[in-house]
Ligand binder design. Structure first.
Ligand code: TRP
Ligand code: ZN
Length: 895
């Protein structure tokens, strides 16, 4: 027997069209933090394509006061949390349904539905939050026209916003006022939004290419206005970019962004009224780093691009989530690359995106939460807003882009909108449009097989073997593919894998590629691997080549090739593909790390061979490479990425080995770090552009390395310089880099710097988040981080209720600091289990994300493994867990 509210899985195969349509919705809100009254008048109609059924409306934590049908009373019943109307009039005529409910926004700590943040009302309806506002068919394939009237006390809530156009506003009795909004586009309920509170706006009038006038607004709390310039610029760039690249114009007179500091995720694309986490809106040079500036641009773009890919064409059901998210991430990645401009800056963005994919998505795809880009089942949909849906989904769109070409992709998008604008569709509909618009492409030729990227989970492995025949001057390349079994999926069929490649001569020059049976030659080619194994023969190859495979990371796979160190050093010095040049350095560093991890005994101080160190020096000193790119090459693979390569993970060993490698680089390149630091100072006015941001990121790394070196040499000059830089820096990037260098190197000056930093920014919540997170992510030398984190939980600025704050302290420790979290005494795991339970009572969605910090427990070496399993067991033993946390923990434990 299922208890009410207990978890039941939902299956994609069970999809059924709704038995009823909701044509119009007229909502009237009397906003009151303690008790908000919601009058919902709907015009509904039977769906003639579906056998007649009762109307079952979703609800969650609502107080129902009244239900009227065509103006009169009616019988109804409750089935769990659903409101069921069995005796609605027969026939095809529309029915007027009126439902009156109340809810308690100020008690809403889940931040789903209608809630209050710092005295302002906000909503979050995706995926299933609208049912916490009123009874509704809360599913994305029910699209309706909305009219919304907001009524509230005028002094406390002077600004009243909802989707679409403001058609009427005025004063009411008792110091109250109202505003009436009409959205000219039909939409699913998850895109509904309202905001009411004391806000001010930066405004901008723009004219589109098409000649239409639009008002853009960015709403924030009164003190924050001067931090909105970058967000507004990003919004204007987004509007222009979508018109220029895809011919997609803004379809609204008014487009609004509103920022709140209480938000479960990054931002939300509600029609015409995007709601953002302040983290992705507010930016000034004194409070935000270059990375923050870049994130604002990319998230503003992401939400704006959803207006077409998500809102105009939406998802039929939540299994299709990647239809909008994968596509929109692909679009925001392309936007950021186009904004970055230079080929080098584009490569930097690509490398950063791939790094996220490999360090977060690959582990997800190999762990207990593995799921296809289009999942087959879920218990709690909130748990499926994952890196697989977003980032792997974007890679699947990127592969289509690569298989049909840039022009072909634009044609595919055009056909997609011609066919599906205004509808709720599936991932299949998208690929079909892409293929139909490009009938001669490899995508169309292998369409059914390509769709396996949507249905099969797991990261495929591609093995490459090359053979050079000097006499025949041929090079034979054999590629084979396999995919490991994943949670719930053991059998895998071959994928369609585009492998972009080139060949380098021993001196690093590009060799022409002449495939057997092909007339023209080129320097780079895309091989399309569709079988388990395929072979390509290149002709006229005058010397044994170094293969440069999977250029630009042309498919989300793990590439195995038995490179020699010399071959990788050649690529690192010369590959014309910036991605593979970086990748060669990562492969070498990873190779040495794994060797040192597997070698018994004490960790050596000289893990990196001289040739590699010298190759890195050449990159650092290179006269032409950009600073941002150098910084990426000089970064060692993360502990998480190293751990993924191992079957049995000893997090302390990995940490010790990586620290030793870092220390070696700090010392061996000391003079070069000094040179880099002195010569890359940015003296002009602050601008967050890729070139000057790159200089700051390289000087930041150099300063850290110099402070680390100082640890060994006993030098106090560099920590002193870092402290000085920290004090006088003219922007947050330089200031925070200097502070981080002190903290991560364990310098004595770290403590006074942290105190000073807090005092300087005590009124800047987003900076205080950085202050917490830096301490939680600090390099652990002797177990000091956990006690510090516990101490920080007692700090007056700490609150578990605010997701940004919880993430900054708790997640930074549990999910971003493996060396400090995986303690031999298990105290990190105990701390984790306590926080998961504590958070679950406040905000299950956030708790479930924290729960995932233990996803990879079964790979841990002893004593970690047993201790981690016990911690999972303690969480699982709690009787009234949310579905969110229960699903994650159950999958982690397995059976
Ligand atoms: N659709 C949002 C995006 O742009 C994701 C999102 C924001 C979300 N807030 C949420 C998803 C709350 C679930 C719950 O990616
Ligand atoms: Zn999105």
């Amino acid at each position: 027997m299922l208890r009410e509210g207990q978890a039941t899985a939902i299956y994609r195969a069970d999809y059924q069209a709704p038995a009823w349509w909701i044509e119009t919705v007229d909502l009237t809100f009397d906003l009151d933090p303690a008790k908000t009254r919601v009058l919902n008048k709907m015009r509904i109609r039977r769906n003639p394509d579906v056998p007649a059924q009762a109307l079952r409306l979703d609800g969650d934590e609502l107080n129902l006061a009244r239900v009227l049908v065509n103006g009169g009373g009616t019988s109804f019943k409750m089935d769990g949390s659903q409101l069921v109307l069995e005796n609605l009039p027969e026939g095809d005529d529309p029915i007027e349904l009126e439902i009156f409910t109340t809810c308690a926004p100020e008690k809403n700590t889940k931040l789903m539905g209608l809630y209050v943040s710092e005295g302002t009302f906000f909503t979050q309806c995706e995926a299933e939050g609208f049912r916490r506002i009123t009874y509704f068919l809360d599913r994305p394939d029910v699209m309706a026209m909305y009219t919304v009237t907001l009524r509230a006390n005028k002094e406390a809530f002077p600004v009243l916003l909802s989707n679409g156009n403001l058609v009427e506003a005025g004063d009411l009795e008792d110091g109250r006022h109202f505003a009436k909004w009409v959205d000219p586009h039909k939409k699913p309920s998850y895109l509904f939004a309202l905001v009411a509170g004391k806000l001010v706006a930066r405004e901008q009038l723009i004219k589109s290419r098409a000649g239409r006038d639009h008002l853009l607004q960015v709403f924030v709390r009164p003190g924050d206005l001067e931090k909105t310039e970058h967000a507004m610029n990003s919004l204007m760039h987004s509007v222009a970019w979508d018109e220029a690249r895809f011919g997609l114009s803004l379809d609204l007179d008014r487009f609004m962004i509103v920022a709140t500091s209480d938000f479960n995720m990054g931002a939300m694309e509600n029609k015409g009224l995007n709601i953002f986490n302040t983290k992705y809106v507010l930016a000034s040079q004194s409070t935000a780093t270059d990375v923050d500036f870049a994130n604002v641009e990319s998230v503003v773009g992401h939400e704006y691009f959803h207006n077409w890919t998500g809102n105009r064409i939406t998802c039929r059901d939540w299994f299709q989530l990647s239809l909008k998210e994968g596509l929109t991430v692909f679009r925001d990645q392309e936007f950021s690359m186009d904004m970055a401009g230079t080929p080098s800056a584009r490569a930097v963005k690509r490398i950063e995106d791939v790094r996220v994919l490999r360090t977060v998505q690959f582990p997800e795809d190999a762990g207990p939460m593995a799921h296809p880009v289009r999942p087959d089942s879920y218990i709690e949909i909130n748990n499926f807003y994952t890196v697989t849906i977003y980032e792997k989904g974007a890679e699947v769109v990127r592969m289509q882009h690569n298989l049909v070409g840039r022009e072909g992709f634009a044609k595919g998008m055009k056909l997609y909108f011609e066919r599906h604008d205004g509808n709720a569709v599936t991932c299949d509909d998208f690929v079909q449009a892409m293929a139909d618009a490009n009938p001669d492409s490899p995508l169309a030729q292998h369409l059914e097989q390509f769709k396996r990227w949507y249905s099969q989970s797991g990261t495929p492995a591609v093995k490459a073997v090359g053979q050079y025949d000097a006499a025949a001057q041929t090079y034979t390349l054999t590629l084979s593919q396999s995919c490991p079994a994943t949670a719930g999926q053991s059998e895998k069929l071959p994928f369609v894998i585009p492998v972009q490649m080139g060949l380098l001569g021993q001196d690093g020059t590009a060799l022409p590629l002449q495939l057997q049976g092909e007339a023209d030659s080129s320097l780079s080619k895309t091989l399309v691997l569709t079988e388990n194994q395929q072979t390509w023969v290149f002709h006229g190859v005058t010397q044994a080549p170094v293969p440069s495979l999977l250029r630009g990371f042309s498919a989300p796979v793990v590439l195995h090739y038995d490179f020699s160190d010399a071959e990788l050093l050649t690529q690192l010095a010369h590959d014309s593909d910036a991605f593979n040049r970086w990748e060669a350095g990562q492969r070498l560093a990873l190779r040495y790390a794994l060797q040192a991890i597997r070698t018994e005994g004490e960790v050596a101080a000289d893990i990196l061979p001289a040739a590699f160190v010298s190759a890195l020096r050449d990159v650092l000193r290179h006269p032409e490479l950009d600073a941002a790119y150098k910084e990426l090459v000089l970064q060692l693979p993360s502990e998480a990425y190293i751990a993924e390569q191992l079957d049995v993970v000893d997090p302390q060993r990995i940490h010790a080995v990586r620290e030793s490698m870092r220390q070696q680089l700090a010392l061996a390149l000391q003079a070069d770090w000094e040179w880099a630091y002195e010569t890359h100072q940015d003296t002009g006015a602050y601008r967050p552009d890729p070139v000057s941001a790159g200089r700051r990121s390289l000087t930041g790394l150099a300063l850290l390395m110099l402070c680390l070196a100082a640890r060994s040499t006993g030098d106090t000059v560099w920590p002193g310089k870092a402290y000085q830089r920290f004090k006088v820096a003219g922007n947050m990037t330089d200031r925070f880099n200097a502070l981080s260098a002190l903290v991560h190197s364990g310098a004595a000056l770290a403590q006074p710097a942290l105190e000073r930093f807090h005092a300087m920014f005590k009124n800047e919540p987003l900076v205080i988040d950085k202050w917490f997170s830096l301490q939680a992510a600090a390099c652990d030398r002797g177990g000091q981080v956990l006690p510090a984190v516990k101490q920080l939980m007692q700090h007056p600025d700490f609150s578990l209720k605010n997701p940004n704050r919880a993430r900054s302290l708790i997640f930074s420790y549990c999910a971003a600091n493996p060396g400090a979290f995986h303690r031999p005494d298990a105290a990190g795991y105990v701390f984790w289990s306590e926080r998961v339970l504590e958070l679950d009572a406040i905000n299950p969605q956030v708790a479930a994300r924290l729960a995932r910090a233990m996803d990879r427990w079964s790979k841990l070496a002893e004593p970690y493994r047993t201790a981690a399993r016990e911690a999972l067991g303690r969480v699982a033993a709690k009787p009234d867990l949310s579905n969110d946390v229960r699903e994650v923990i159950t999958r982690a434990i397995g059976d």
